[in-house]
Design a protein around this ligand. Sequence first.
Ligand code: COS
Length: 400
Amino acid sequence: MEITAPTSHLSLPFFDAAHRELGARLAAWAPRQKVDESEDRRACRQWVRLLGDHGWLRYCVPAAFGGALEKLDSRALVILRETLAFHSPLADFAFAMQGLGSGAITLAGTPEQQAGYLGAVARGEKIAAFALSEPEAGSDVGAMAMTATFETATGGADTVVLNGSKTWISNGGIADYYCVFAKTEAALGTRGITAFIVDAATAGLDSSEHIAVMAPHPLATLQFNNCRIPASAQLGSLNGGFKLAMQTLDIFRASVAGAALGMARRALHEAVAYARQRKMFGQLLSDFQLTQAKLGEMAALLDAAALLTYRAAWLRDCVGTATAAQAQTYSAQAAMAKMAATENAQRVIDMALQMHGGLGVKVGTKVESLYRDIRSLRIYEGATEVQQIIIGKFCLKGQP
Ligand code: COS
C-alpha cells in the first residue's frame, strides 16, 4: 500500500498557494519512486539523478541559473525536505547536499562560477559537497588547520596550494566538486578563513576514505596534499570564508529541521497505524489510554517543532536578512528550529519504536531505520549545543 506524506500543515498561514501545490505534487511523486538503498553511494547517485530529472533540485538554486524560483526559498526547502524525509531519509540527504554544497556559490560565487556549477547542480549532473569540518575542528570552526597558500608564477596565473584534511564530508567520494574552507591567515581564527571550489578530479585530492555510519550515507575524509587550484577558484572574499560558511548554514539549518519533521511525521504515522491494528489484553493497542497519551505527546512535540521551523523559514523569505538585526534574529530562529525539531523528532521516533515493542528493534522495520536515521541530525550542520549557544548569545543581546 502506498503511504503518502500528510499535507494538511501546508494550510498554515506561513505558506502560500505555490507552497501548497509544491507539497501536494511532491507528496504524490515521492512514494512512487523505487530506489534500491542497499548500497548508499549508488543509491545516492540514483536519487540525485531522479531528483534532477524531475525538477526537484531546481529548488536548490536561483532561477537565473536554472532554478525553480527567483531566489532560494526557505519554505520550499523545508517542504521538500520534510516530504522527502517522510519517504526516504536518503532521498532527503541527496536533495539537501545539492543545496548545501552549492549554497556558498549561490551566495558569493562570481558569475562565471555560478554559470559553471549551479545549472549542473540543478539538473543533477554535478554532485555537490560542503567541506568545512576537520578532525580537530568541528563545532570550533576557527580552529581549522587546513591551509591555502597563494603562489604567483612568473608570467603565469596565480595558483592556490591546499594542504590538510577535511572529515565528515557528506557526498565525499561521489561529489564532482567540493566547497572547501581553508586558512589563508593562520593567526586570525575565524577571520582568516577563505572558501574555494575544488573539482574532485584535482591532483592531490584524495577522497577514498569512506566513513561507515549507523544510517549509511556517502561520507568521507578528504586529504589535500599539495593540491593546486587556480586562484580564480576562490569563492567570496579573501578571509571572508567563516561568515560565508555561517550564512550558508543559516539557510540550510531550517531545512534540517524540515527533514527532522518529515521523519517524526512518518514515525507518528507508523505508530498510529500499528496501534490501530495490534491486539493485546483483549483490545486494540489504540484503546489504551496510555497509548492515546503517548500519541498526544508525540503530536504536540511535532507541532511545536513544526511551528518554529515554519516561522524561521517564513521569516527569512518574507522579512529578509538585509539588516544586521534581521540577520541575527533569523540565525537565532533557525537555530531554535533546528534544535527543537531534531531533539523532538528523536523523542517522537523513540516513542513510536517503544510502542512497536520487539518489532521496533527488528532490523528492516521503518521505526528501526528512523531511529538510526534521525540521530545524526542532532549533530550535523551545528550540534544541538551549538544551536543553544547561538540562541543564548542572542538572548544576552537583549533580543529573546
Ligand atoms: N552570519 C554572518 N556572520 C556571522 C554569523 C552568521 N550566521 N555567525 C557569526 N558570524 C560572524 C560574527 O558576527 C563574527 O564577526 P566579526 O569577526 O566581524 O566580529 C564572526 O562571524 C565570528 O563569530 P563568533 O565569534 O560567534 O564565532 P565563534 O568562533 O564563537 O563560533 C559558532 C560560533 C560555535 C556558533 C560557530 O563556529 C558554529 O556555528 N559552529 C558550528 C559549525 C558547524 O555547523 N559545523 C558543521 C559543519 S557542516 S555539517
